[in-house]
Write a protein that binds this ligand. Sequence first.
Ligand code: 5GP
Ligand code: MN
Length: 315
Amino acid sequence: MSRLDQYLKGVRKAAIAGHMHPDGDCIGSTMGMYLYLRDNYPGIEADVYLEQPKPEFSYISGIDRVKTELSADVSYDILILTDISSPERIGVAGPLAEQMENIICFDHHVTNDSSYKWLFNEPQASSACEVIWKFMDEEKITKDCAEALYTGIAHDTGIFQYSNTSPETMRIAAKLMEKGIDHSKIINDSYYQKSYVENQVMGRALLESILMLNGKIIVSYVSRKTMQFYGIGPKDLDGIVAQLRNTKGVEVAIFLYETDTVTYKVSLRSKDFIDVSIVAAMFGGGGHKKAAGCTMHGTHLDVINNLVGELSRQF
Ligand code: 5GP
Ligand code: MN
């Protein structure tokens, strides 16, 4: 019996949901949960609610069944949230979370302060996928499910590089590999491969980046005009902040893109000692010690000044 079983007793319909602007861990954990239910619980009908995942994730079985809209008349026995650090971050399934009581949340964000009926938040875990893996029966994880879970672990660890990668993370990844997945293809297709335009925009963001605080902070931003010029959306900007952080001597990387008039989505990354989740939380966001985000208002210069001001206090 898996640890998950006890929460699924009597459940006939389950909704599974991730956060806005779903990343690899969000997609991997929602789909991993969906595939685990599909492959082992024939009596449960499950729906996954997410914003449309990038086509790069199309190798994940069942991803074409993702629901990007909530219809008014649906009801579920349980809502399973994964990788969601705060109720405002629930994307498509937000209204469900407001009206349901049987909610189980699997997460790994230090800033998670939600109060669901069942909350399993492990800030030490590499990924939401690692957290949900521990609730599953190893033998019942199919190859399809393993592909989804491996995707999330690989993405949230920066392909097993970041400090959130533990020996346990590697053991779980190894067990998922033993299910016969094509790990090289998963990593290439969903993580490293970029379209020509994505590379161009990343190149431009790097070219226009500036160093601040004696080279300890690097900042770059992309305006809506630039995004329109290249015909891209927020999903095509993934990876830019990680590349900025790779700069030698830098401790914090800040990347912003304009989402609306004088509104910016902010991504923060640190290398060693700065806790960027504190700064993100100050501006209404959250995340992890070394990877966090928020939305801020003002011109890009206002936003950068406010962030650098708070960060310099931490240095
Ligand atoms: P990213 O920079 O890739 O968007 O997000 C990095 C991390 O910070 C992720 O773990 C994400 O969940 C968290 N994060 C990003 N933006 C927000 C936000 O606006 N609010 C909260 N609470 N967390 C965020
Ligand atoms: Mn995650």
